[in-house]
Design a protein around this ligand. Structure first.
Ligand SMILES: [Zn+2]
Length: 404
C-alpha cells in the first residue's frame, strides 16, 4: 500500500513523532549507568520501557542479572509467527555524563531545540531504543509482516563489555540459527555506512620497576622511565612491522599499536624514577590472534629485563575484545539493509569496518550475521549529546521496512 512513496509503516511512524519524542525524554530522566561507572544499573529504565511496551500490547520477557552491586535488566519482545527473526539490538545503558561543566543543561533533563533532543544517552543508544519500539509498533499496527518475526532486544551493560547484557542473553537460547541481527549503534549522518567488521581491541598497562636513586649517581639505580621508553619504542616498531597486514574494509586499513597514557613518576628533576606506568591501545585486524600478540609482548619484555639486573616489566590486560570474522557483505541482513536504506533515504550505502566495539562482535564470534547501521551524528559519549528527531524516525522507517 504505497501513497506518494510513503508506506503504511512510514505513515504510522511519522504519526508517532510526538509519542517517540516523549519516550526519549522520559528515558533520559531515568539514569541507566553501570555500577562500574558509579551508577545504579538499568533496572529502573527497564521498568519504564517494559510498561510502555506492555501498554502497546506486547508481551515482554525480562532478563535480570545481579552483578553484585545492581540489577542489570534486559528486555526482549518477539512479534510474529515465522521460522526466523530479524533482531534489532539496542542498548539501554549509557556512559556517565562526564564533566558537568561542559553541559549547557542538566544531562538528565532532556530538552528540545531545533529538531534535536539533548541529554545523556539520547544518541547512544536512546535514538534507536525508541526507533526500535515505534518501528515494532508500526509493523504490528500495519498488519503487514512478511517472512521474519520482529525481534527487539533492549540490552544492558553495552558500554562496559556486555557481560550482563548481550553476552548473557546469548546463553539464554533466545536467538535462532537462521536469525539476522541489526545493531543500530554506529553509522554516518546520512546513513550511508553499513558496518560489517570490527577490529580486536587490547588495552595494556605496563609497569616497569627499576630502582630509585639520586640522579647524579645513575649507576647505583635502574632508571625505570628510560627502560620503559626504550621497551615501548621498540615494541611499537616491532608490532607495527610484524602485524602489518592491510584490509581495505577498515579506515585506517592496518592494525594500530599506540602508546597512550603515562602516569606521573617523580616530581623532582634530580631523582631517577624507580617505577614507570605506561599504557598502550591496540586495534587489531580480524586476521590476527590477540594471544599471539601478547606472547610477542612477553618475549619483548623479557628481552628488555635482560638489559639491567633487577629490572622488571609487568603487563596487565584491562580490556580485551578478540576480533571476530567479518559479516559477509553478501549476507541477507547486509543486502536487505542496502536495499531498504537506499529506498528510504535515497543514499547508496557502502560496507566498512570500524575500530570496535559494539554488540555485533558477540554475534559475529558465534558466526551469526550482524550488521551495524544507524543514522548517526557521532555524538556518543560527548557533552551536550543529542539526537535528531528526524533521524530517529528515519531509523524506525528503515527498521520497519525490513519486515514489509
Ligand atoms: Zn552505543
Amino acid at each position: 500500500m504505497q501513497e506518494n512513496g510513503q508506506s503504511a509503516t512510514d505513515k504510522l511512524i511519522e504519526d508517532s513523532r510526538a509519542a517517540a519524542v516523549q519516550t526519549l525524554k522520559a528515558m533520559v530522566a531515568i539514569p541507566s549507568i553501570s555500577p562500574l561507572s558509579g551508577g545504579e544499573g538499568e533496572s529502573k529504565r527497564a521498568d519504564y520501557l517494559k510498561s510502555l511496551l506492555e501498554s502497546f500490547g506486547f508481551k515482554v520477557n525480562r532478563y535480570d542479572y545481579n552483578d553484585g552491586k545492581a540489577i542489570r535488566s534486559n528486555l526482549v519482545v518477539k512479534h510474529g509467527d515465522f521460522a526466523s527473526t530479524i533482531w534489532i539490538i539496542a542498548h539501554i545503558d549509557t556512559v556517565s555524563p562526564g564533566d558537568l561543566s561542559l553541559w549547557t543543561h542538566n544531562p538528565f533533563e532532556a530538552y528540545e531545540e531545533e529538531g534535536k533532543i539533548f541529554g545523556r544517552g539520547t544518541s547512544d543508544n536512546g535514538q534507536d531504543v525508541v526507533a526500535g519500539i515505534y518501528a515494532l509498533k508500526a509493523v504490528r499496527d500495519s498488519g503487514m509482516q512478511n517472512g521474519y518475526n520482529f525481534g527487539l532486544a533492549l540490552v544492558a551493560d553495552e558500554e562496559i563489555g556486555s557481560v550482563y547484557g548481550i553476552q548473557k542473553l546469548m546463553q539464554e537460547g533466545i536467538f535462532g540459527d537462521n536469525d539476522l541481527f541489526l545493531v543500530p549503534d554506529a553509522g554516518s549522518s546520512d546513513g550511508n555506512e553499513i558496518e560489517i567488521a570490527e577490529k580486536g581491541v587490547l588495552w595494556l598497562k605496563f609497569t616497569t620497576i627499576g630502582k630509585q636513586v639520586h640522579a647524579s649517581t645513575p649507576g647505583k639505580g635502574i632508571n625505570a622511565y628510560k627502560h620503559a621508553m626504550h621497551f615501548l619504542d621498540g615494541l611499537e616498531d616491532f608490532l607495527y612491522s610484524k602485524y602489518n597486514a592491510r584490509d581495505k574494509l577498515f579506515n585506517p586499513d592496518y592494525s594500530t599499536f599506540e602508546v597512550t597514557k603515562h602516569e606521573p613518576n617523580t616530581d623532582s628533576t634530580n631523582i631517577i624514577p624507580g617505577i614507570d606506568v605506561s599504557y598502550m591501545d591496540c586495534r587489531v585486524l580480524p586476521n590476527y590472534r590477540l594471544d599471539e600478540i601478547l606472547e610477542d609482548i612477553a618475549i619483548k619484555a623479557r628481552e628488555e629485563e635482560k638489559t639491567a639486573e633487577g629490572l622488571q616489566i609487568k603487563t596487565d590486560i584491562f580490556n580485551r575484545e578478540d576480533p571476530a570474522q567479518p559479516t559477509s557483505a553478501d549476507s541477507p541482513i547486509v543486502q536487505m539493509l542496502n536495499r531498504k536504506v537506499s529506498e528510504k533515504l535515497g543514499v547508496s550505502p557502502h560496507t566498512l569496518g570500524i575500530g570496535g566495539g559494539t554488540c555485533a562482535l558477540f554475534f559475529r564470534r558465534k558466526g551469526f550475521p550482524a550488521a551495524v547501521w544507524s543514522i548517526d551524528d557521532d555524538m556518543a559519549h560527548q557533552p551536550n549529546e543529542y539526537c535528531n528527531i528526524q533521524d530517529m524516525l528515519n531509523d524506525a522507517k528503515v527498521f520497519a521496512s525490513l519486515f514489509a
